[in-house]
Design a protein around this ligand. Structure first.
Ligand SMILES: *Cc1c(COP(=O)(O)O)cnc(C)c1O
Length: 444
């Protein structure tokens, strides 16, 4: 049996069980909340809500952070180099992520920019990545005068499709940035094999994947360079911040100067290379050191909640749950599922509205269009209305013609569920019941 495609018998089994469950709940509420067909009345039509518990965001910081910040106040310098908070934060980070070289920086965008500087991405070099991501994934590529090349994604994994990545390789390709979207690990073995075969650098964008694991290994440890964000919406945060790390002797030793104006603080020697200032200060590192202590708790809770949702909505006709490899840990920065338009009498917006009325925290889609369909890409206008590498003939990239069909479909029929560590199993069970109820109501 293929793990990605549950056998028909399992699907049938789930369908039968769910029908029985639904019949049970319908019977229990028949006199008060059932419609003429005997199905439970939707909350949007005045029925009882499927979600019966309130959801509260857990406290994200407290005594652990206070203790570190108090220690920081006793220092006479708040500069990062050899700073006690930065040192402690990186020590704790390396316990979770066994990478020899790790550096703090100001954002995920900064971490990714440092990574492409270290990787030697230069004018006209192509970097293959995902078009469903934060624009920070490619800002550094564009600043180094590289060319982002957007590949298509797996239909329900929402991560790079290795076959499509390989199709887009040209003699100019220098790197792949694998985005672990939603905290779901990419097909790293396949991507690493492609990178090795074509002599490419594999950069992992782990910004949405704090605590995720690929085949039991912490995310960020398979590729050549890994990048994390500590922006306020991520699993752990310092408000803004980032980490960049590597085990590779070609890149690891230069990460520090690639984020610190090109200055090598260990060896000195003036400015041997060009880079900007992405240094994280000690107050921020103090918060990071404390947040790292909270990471495993947050990550395991989110993984459990997301997996439970998948288990409970499996087999609903027209709904395709978030697909995660059974040996991986997805940390669900959010939960994404696909809505098969042709299976329902309503459109996605109406479906989401009905779910929200049931008490589910959800929304339609994620970013509105693939990155390359944003105006700044369509106009090729990155630098004061110009894109020098194109004007100089170093690339023929035309973002108005770039196509990623599965990505378009994902953004048109994806439904996004909020998952966070303050949620309970009871909430997830209610949310799953809501999906079942709304799907049944609108089924064709
Ligand atoms: C948040 C995010 C970034 C950018 O991180 P910032 O800290 O906001 O600069 C990059 N890539 C992905 C996938 C992200 O989610």
């Amino acid at each position: 049996m293929n793990a990605k495609h549950p056998s028909v018998s399992r699907r049938e089994f789930l369908a039968t069980t769910s029908a029985a469950l639904l019949a049970g709940s319908a019977a229990a509420t028949k006199s008060t909340a059932a419609d003429s067909a005997g199905a439970p009345k939707l909350a949007i039509n005045g029925g009882e809500k499927a979600v019966k518990v309130a959801v509260k965001r857990a406290r994200r910081w407290g005594d652990l952070e206070r203790e570190r910040l108090n220690a920081m106040l006793e220092q006479d310098s708040l500069f990062y180099w050899k700073g006690p908070q930065t040192t402690l934060a990186l020590e704790r980070y390396k316990k979770i992520y066994p990478l020899k070289y790790a550096h703090t920086c100001t954002s995920g965008t900064a971490a990714l920019h440092i990574a492409v500087i270290a990787a030697g991405i230069g004018p006209g070099d192509e970097v293959i990545t995902s078009p469903i991501t934060d624009i920070g994934t490619v800002i550094g590529v564009i600043y180094q005068q590289g060319v982002p090349v957007f590949a298509d994604l797996g239909a329900c994994t929402f991560t790079l499709d290795p076959a499509d990545v390989e199709r887009r390789i040209t003699p100019k390709t220098k790197a792949i940035i694998a985005v672990h979207l939603c905290g779901n690990p990419c097909y790293l073995n396949a991507l690493k094999a492609i990178a090795d075969k074509h002599n490419l650098i594999l950069i992992e964008d782990c910004c949405q994947a704090w605590g995720a694991k690929y085949r039991g290994k912490p995310i960020g440890t398979v590729g050549h360079i890994a990048c994390w964000s500590l922006q306020d919406t991520k699993h752990i945060t310092t408000g803004d911040g980032g980490v960049v790390a590597s085990n590779d002797e070609r890149f690891g030793p230069i990460l520090q100067k690639c984020g610190d104006k090109g200055a090598d603080r260990l060896k000195g020697g003036g400015f041997q290379m060009f880079a900007t200032n992405y240094r994280m200060n000690e107050p921020t590192a103090a918060v990071l050191a404390a947040q790292l202590e909270r990471l495993e708790g947050f990550a395991s809770k989110r993984a459990m909640l997301g997996n439970l949702l998948t288990e409970k909505i499996a087999g609903i006709p027209g709904i395709r749950p978030h697909q995660v490899h059974p040996e991986d840990r997805c940390v669900y920065w959010f939960y994404f599922m696909r809505f098969k338009t042709e299976a329902f009498r309503c459109n996605r917006a109406e479906f989401v509205k009905a779910l929200a009325a049931e008490g589910v925290s959800c929304s339609a889609g994620y970013i509105s269009v693939p990155l390359h369909r944003e105006p700044v890409f369509q106009k090729h206008a990155f630098f004061a209305g110009h894109w020098p590498v194109r004007e100089m003939g170093l690339t023929t990239m035309d973002f108005t013609k770039h196509q990623t069909p599965e990505v378009e479909a994902i953004l048109q029929n994806g439904i996004r569920f909020t998952i966070h560590e303050g949620m309970t199993e009871e909430y997830i069970l209610g949310a799953a019941e809501a999906v079942r109820k709304v799907a049944k109501h609108y089924a064709v």
